[in-house]
Design a protein around this ligand. Sequence first.
Ligand code: ZN
Length: 264
Amino acid sequence: MKTWIPDARQFAYLTWKQVEALPKDETLLVLPTAAIEQHGHHLPLATDTLLNNLVLGHAFAHLAPELPIYALPPVCYGKSNEHIGFPGTLSVSAATMMAVLRDLGASLAASGFKKVVLFNSHGGNTSVVDVMCRDLRAEFGLRTFYLSGMGGAKLTGLHAQERAYGFHAGEVETALLLHGTPELVHTEQYTSNYIAQVNSPDVLLPENGPATFAWLTRDIAPSGVMGDPRPATAENGALWLQAAAEKVAAALLAMYSYTNRFQP
Ligand SMILES: [Zn+2]
């Protein structure tokens, strides 16, 4: 898999003696969680994994080289059962994913580490990762953090409809890959579907509402796309990547500097 993570930030490139020598109280480890799943007719299965790596790699450019912040190898397989039925989607269950994250947390704690960030770029993983952040804190005393794949970056030029319901393989993901891996974007294969309309007064929403319905992609998006990739440009992809990298770097710095207010 392609990587934008500098070699010096790759945890798995260290020897065990180098790991032993790391300042364990300070070192911040970033565990990417992503997916291998259908992304419409035009984007690769690895889209979320590539985007996670792209953003994290660029975020490192904003962090002082001497800070002990490392990227762990990603958990590429995610909870993607919303996309089952589309060939190529490789999903693990919530229970499996929780078990993997728990076991990795146990290993990190056994190695003496104290701080780990779950850096997630697949929406289907969000609730699992959220649960595991708290469970790793409770079970192993790890100081855990959650960080979303775009770091909450403001994406200038994105329309309200796409901002609200461009869930998957829409303008944002397409623009980022047009910038990052243009050779993997099939620009002649764009399709568009929306799960809901931003101006509709519907009581039931697919997400982010007081009353929601559980959705499967095949219910509403025959092509697998939820959003509209057609307006995507590599120029916006570059801008949004920079915006995300800055937000992610700022969040990582805050996590690195974070100290527990109530315990020494
Ligand atoms: Zn995606």
